[in-house]
Design a protein around this ligand. Structure first.
Ligand SMILES: Cc1cc2nc3c(=O)[nH]c(=O)nc-3n(C[C@H](O)[C@H](O)[C@H](O)COP(=O)(O)O)c2cc1C
Length: 193
């Protein structure tokens, strides 16, 4: 079964490194027959939150929000790629998530965390899980933590150790697919509200 997967990335840093993990996971998704669509907050030039998407009169939200809402609604699941800034969720990523609410509902999410050090952003991943649950897109149990992201993948997302990363991502993506399939089947029967 192939799925539409939205990949979220929220670093606005000119020297950003997480884009390597984004490229890697996009390629893994494509290799499994899925269609990843990247929402990159910096590339979208998403401003800080003023009104949430739903607070704009219908069809009159800024074009960037309309485009994002369309992508989010079309997704079967979300891969959220997070760095860790001062042991928390990077503000650009949190800002992107906070713009929407109902648009995320009834689909699973999966967390890829990374850092340039040894801890792979796992503290941000723990906090992100709480936010994703609140947004109605609960995160699957497995995560894909990437220590030393600047060494793990090149700028195109090619892994320095392809075998190890294929192994690490396999269980993560198997589990994510299972949740996407389960919730898709359930959505087809209707949603509670
Ligand atoms: C403001 C700021 C705070 C950071 N805090 C942490 C941290 O708490 N833990 C950590 O492992 N790395 C931390 N780092 C280093 C990041 O892991 C590293 O810069 C990473 O590349 C950031 O992701 P990005 O390049 O995609 O923006 C921090 C970096 C910045 C810019």
């Amino acid at each position: 079964m192939s799925f539409a997967v939205t990949v979220l990335y929220g670093s606005y840093r000119r020297d950003r490194q997480g884009i390597r993990a984004v490229r890697f996971i996009e390629e893994q998704l494509r290799a499994r027959g899925h269609t990843p669509t990247l929402l990159d907050a910096m590339a979208l030039d998403l401003p800080l939150l003023d009104r949430m998407y739903k607070e704009h009169p219908k069809s009159s939200a800024p074009p960037v929000l309309e485009k994002m809402a369309e992508t989010i609604r079309a997704a079967d699941g979300f891969v959220v790629v997070t760095g860790e800034y001062n042991q928390g969720i990077p503000p650009g990523l949190k800002n992107m998530l906070d713009h929407f609410l109902e648009e995320w509902f009834w689909r699973p999410s999966a967390i890829v965390s990374y850092s340039q050090g040894s801890f792979a952003g796992v503290r941000a991943a723990i906090l992100l899980r709480i936010t994703l649950a609140e947004l109605g897109t609960p995160a699957i149990s497995s995560t894909l933590p990437v220590p030393q992201v600047q060494k793990a993948f090149d700028e195109q997302g090619k892994p320095a150790d392809p075998e190890a990363w294929a192994r690490r991502s396999r269980k993560f993506l198997d589990e994510f697919e299972w949740h996407m399939a389960a919730l898709k089947a359930q959505r087809e029967k209707g949603v509670p509200y």
